[in-house]
Design a protein around this ligand. Structure first.
Ligand code: FES
Length: 92
C-alpha cells in the first residue's frame, strides 16, 4: 500500500533537480507529496501538518527556504532537502 495516490495525469510532468539529481514530478503535486512518494524526503521526513503550520517540512527552493507542503513545482527549480542523512538542515 502506498501512502499517497496521484490524481494528476501521468503524462503531465515537470522536471526539477532534487539534491543534485534531475527528477520528474507530476505537475500540480505538492513538493512534499512528491518527495515522500519518491522516497527522498530529506528534512521533510519530519513533516507533521501538511498545511503550512508546523514548518517541519522546510527545504530550499532555488536558495529560498520554503515549506514543501505549500510548494507546487512549476519546473526547473533546484531543491535542496538539506538532510540526506536525516539530520535537520543548517537553516532550521
Ligand atoms: S508539513 Fe507542516 S508546514 Fe509543511
Amino acid at each position: 500500500m502506498t501512502a499517497f495516490r496521484s490524481i494528476v495525469s501521468p503524462d503531465k510532468h515537470v522536471t526539477l533537480t532534487v539534491d543534485g539529481k534531475s527528477v520528474t514530478a507530476p505537475r500540480g503535486q505538492s513538493l512534499l507529496a512528491f518527495l515522500l512518494a519518491a522516497g527522498m524526503p530529506g528534512a521533510a521526513a519530519d513533516f507533521h501538518c501538511a498545511i503550512g503550520q508546523c514548518q517541519r517540512c522546510l527545504v530550499r527552493v532555488d536558495g529560498k527556504v520554503r515549506a514543501a507542503c505549500l510548494t507546487v513545482p512549476q519546473g526547473g527549480e533546484t531543491i535542496d532537502t538539506g538532510a540526506p542523512d536525516g539530520r535537520s538542515p543548517a537553516w532550521i
